[in-house]
Design a protein around this ligand. Structure first.
Ligand code: BG6
Length: 489
């Protein structure tokens, strides 16, 4: 397998660096089910998936039912010899109306139990506060992330989570992929229905901004405020690390021309620098400021679509991220474009996607997903730019859900190839990487393909309806990694 043309990784057994954490993850909406059980409030995605526009599209009302089967998930993680499990808290399960004035005790019990079970199994939790399933109550109250009040609500929710779980949780991520969340949300229904598969982002509806920088800015501010609050109130006792996860597109230039190389940089800054930048330096990268200002001027807007941070906000933001969460699945080839017609999220960066191995097509072919270089290069770029440790919070291989899905040696090949490229980045290029989390622990509801294709290391019996968990063949690879602390071929 490893000799396949798509795999650039070299062979041989590779030793994992000391302290390097290997684990896996899920998210609340995709795994938990029990959408209206035991006092849980409705989430944004419950509402969207129940909308009439999506009639016939499977939802995650029941999902993998992890709410009732979390012990099975933990047992599977233990069998796989994983050292970390990344999951997200469902904000509306804990706080049904979004605010801390109304706590759902069953939700609290559920996550306390999950964290205790992980601890008993020697598995560290990594807790994501926001993996997109906002409380619908806050959507109704003030339109969620379209309003500054969401920042206050998020900080109060983070405070609540630190209070109740912080004694046992060392690794936190505030947000998952805000660039995608903010830009996809306006078109999410079409996205979920698969009627419009975005290239890197959907065409905005008429009147909709190409990039929702205001949403992004609120997310960045909410992260920084939660971070500062943690430092003031909890850090002395709890010693946690707080990161944020971004989707890294890992673009490569289509040619060695200056224009294409510069386009790659603009694209990275647009997709990663709009969040990591302010949290490291206190402001947007100058290149992003320039490109959005200029684009806005050409559009005759009078005012830049990229909002400003005040001096106080800049001071508050600077240095508020302990690790950069990097999610990467595949690479892209990027070229410079003339400013495309208005209506694409790529407009501001003036780039064009020449080849995109997975997105943009429903046809998922195994080898088109194999671009092991992309994970290493994403880590390299982030390290070179920000000098903040990296945590690979998602990397995974999708296969069709069917009877043969248990026979997934190819998934082991994928993880082996990506992990060894990453370790090479650590050893040869000095990138600081804290760990690697495979997406996903179990087969999940997937946003675009629902139950047709999944990334799980563990099969969930959706077809038969039992929802039983069964380790797939690729589990042998993870067991060996855990036991030997090496990456087997
Ligand atoms: C990431 C998300 O973007 O990609 C996950 O954080 C998601 O929640 C994963 O499941 C895979 O999604 P897709 O749509 O690319 O198959």
């Amino acid at each position: 397998w490893a000799a396949l043309a798509h795999c650039e990784a070299s062979g041989g057994v590779v030793k994992l660096p000391d302290d390097f954490i290997v684990g896996s993850g899920t998210s609340s909406y995709q795994a938990e089910g029990a959408w209206n059980v035991s006092g849980k409030g409705e989430s944004l995605f419950d509402r969207i998936l129940h909308s009439s526009a999506l009639t016939g599209v499977p939802n995650a009302d029941v999902g993998a039912d992890s709410y009732h089967r979390s012990k099975d998930d933990v047992a599977a993680a233990r069998e796989l010899k994983l050292r970390m499990y990344r999951f997200s808290l469902s904000w509306p399960r804990l706080l049904p109306n979004g605010w801390t004035s109304n706590v759902n005790q069953d939700g609290l019990r559920y996550y306390n139990q999950l964290i205790d079970d992980l601890q008993d199994s020697g598995i560290q939790p990594m807790v994501t506060l926001f993996h997109w399933d906002a409380p619908q109550a806050l959507q109704d109250e003030f339109d969620g992330w379209n309003d500054d009040k969401m920042v206050d609500a998020f900080v109060a929710y983070a405070d609540f989570a630190f209070t109740h779980f912080g004694d046992r949780v060392r690794y936190w991520t505030t947000h998952n992929e805000p660039y995608l969340f903010c830009n996809f949300l306006p078109n999410i229904a079409a996205f979920l229905a698969g009627t419009e598969i975005p290239d890197t982002a959907p065409t905005p509806a008429p009147g909709q901004e190409a990039n929702d920088y205001k949403c992004l800015q609120r997310i960045v501010l909410s992260h920084a405020r939660a971070y500062r609050l943690y430092q003031e109130k909890y850090a002395a006792k709890q010693h946690g690390l707080i990161g944020l996860s971004n989707f890294a597109f890992a673009p490569r230039p289509n040619s060695s021309s200056f224009a294409d190389v510069a386009a790659v940089r603009r694209y990275n800054l647009l997709t990663l620098g709009t969040t990591f930048g302010p949290l490291v330096t206190g402001d947007y990268p100058v290149e992003v400021r320039r490109m959005v200002d200029e684009a806005s001027e050409r559009e005759g807007l009078g005012k830049s679509r990229l909002p400003e941070f005040s001096a106080d906000q800049r001071a508050m933001l600077r240095g508020t991220i302990d690790f950069l969460g990097v999610n990467n699945y595949f690479g892209q080839t990027i070229a410079a474009a003339k400013r495309p017609e208005r209506g694409s999220a790529l407009t501001d960066a003036a780039v064009r996607v020449v080849a995109n191995d997975v997105f943009g097509s429903h046809a998922v072919t195994a080898f088109s997903q194999m671009t092991p270089w992309s994970l290493k290069e994403a880590a390299l770029w982030c390290w070179a730019e920000y000098r903040v440790p990296i945590f690979v919070t998602e990397n995974g291989f999708i296969t069709e859900n069917s009877v043969v899905s248990l026979d997934d040696n190819i998934r082991a090949v994928y993880h082996s190839a990506y992990m060894r490229e990453l370790v090479r980045g650590i050893e040869e290029d000095g990138v600081r990487v804290l760990g690697y989390l495979a997406w996903s622990l179990i087969d999940l509801f997937e946003w675009v393909r629902q139950y047709k294709y999944s990334y799980g290391l563990v099969h969930v019996d959706y077809a038969g309806g039992s929802l039983n968990r069964t380790l797939k063949k690729s589990s042998a690879f993870f067991k060996e990694v855990g036991e030997t602390r090496t990456i087997p071929e």
